[in-house]
Ligand binder design. Structure first.
Ligand SMILES: CC(C)(COP(=O)(O)OP(=O)(O)OC[C@H]1O[C@@H](n2cnc3c(N)ncnc32)[C@H](O)[C@@H]1OP(=O)(O)O)[C@@H](O)C(=O)NCCC(=O)NCCS
Length: 211
């Protein structure tokens, strides 16, 4: 599949994951006005220029194969149309040679509490393992600050087991973080040396994910 052609669409659990577009920017800006987004995310987006820069960063990520951000929408609305973004979910692979990649997410305040993040996480994880199996992707990780209980629950529901606790990194990350891990279906049955797993799990980036 060519990641640069904009054609990647994942449909699963009543949701549709597709690439972000210019016309989504008002919804993006509105989503970032929510205090929870300011509290839990390291990256903030504000103003027309900020939104345009954010979109450009997502396009660059797709073009370079290092970051794959999807707008999460309903598969169809009552009117039969695909709705506007309910959230964002991204696969981050800064080094495509690494067998591990990171996942991050957020949902709009209005969309929360109905399984959007966890369904999107499941869909993205299945897509990532299928898409990058030949390149050796065997493990996905996500990180959240310990007191982000909603994110912890999303991780559990998405099949990401708590793997370890990482120390706080103030001022950006004042509290410890959780690292959750989901293994590729074929890799889950293979035993890995514990020390190798611990070493490889340290992708850095602090406890807040969804950036
Ligand atoms: C975290 C976030 C993505 C969850 O999105 P969502 O679409 O509401 O997630 P889901 O509906 O799939 O699941 C949320 C789960 O958390 C639970 N939850 C919500 N708030 C909670 C809280 N304060 N304490 C404990 N559990 C909580 C919900 O009950 C639900 O679990 P359940 O299905 O077992 O009832 C959303 O709150 C968000 O965008 N927050 C701001 C940005 C953020 O924190 N991103 C993640 C950074 S690591």
């Amino acid at each position: 599949m060519d990641h640069r052609d904009g054609s990647v669409v994942i449909g699963s659990g009543g949701l549709r994951l597709r690439r972000w577009r210019e016309e989504d920017l008002p919804a993006l800006l509105e989503a970032y006005e929510d205090p929870a987004m300011r509290r839990w995310l390291a990256t903030q987006v504000s103003g027309a220029d900020g939104a345009a820069a954010w979109l450009e960063a997502q396009r660059r990520g797709w073009a370079t194969g290092t970051r794959f951000a999807f707008a999460v929408t309903e598969a169809t609305t009552d009117e039969g149309r695909v709705g506007e973004p309910l959230g964002n979910i991204a696969l981050k692979r800064p080094d495509p040679r690494n067998d591990c990649a990171e996942v991050g997410y957020w949902t709009t305040a209005a969309a929360r509490g109905r399984g959007v993040a966890s369904r999107a996480l499941t869909a993205l994880s299945e897509w990532a393992f299928a898409e990058f199996a030949e390149q050796g992707l065997t493990r996905l990780e996500l990180m959240h600050q310990v007191d982000n209980e909603a994110s912890c629950r999303v991780a559990e529901k998405g099949g990401y087991a708590l793997a370890r606790v990482i120390p706080a990194l103030p001022p950006d990350y004042p509290l410890d973080g959780h690292v959750h891990v989901r293994e590729a279906p074929s890799a889950a049955t293979l035993s890995r040396p514990a020390d190798h797993r611990a070493e490889a799990a340290g992708t850095g980036g602090g406890p807040a994910s969804g950036r």
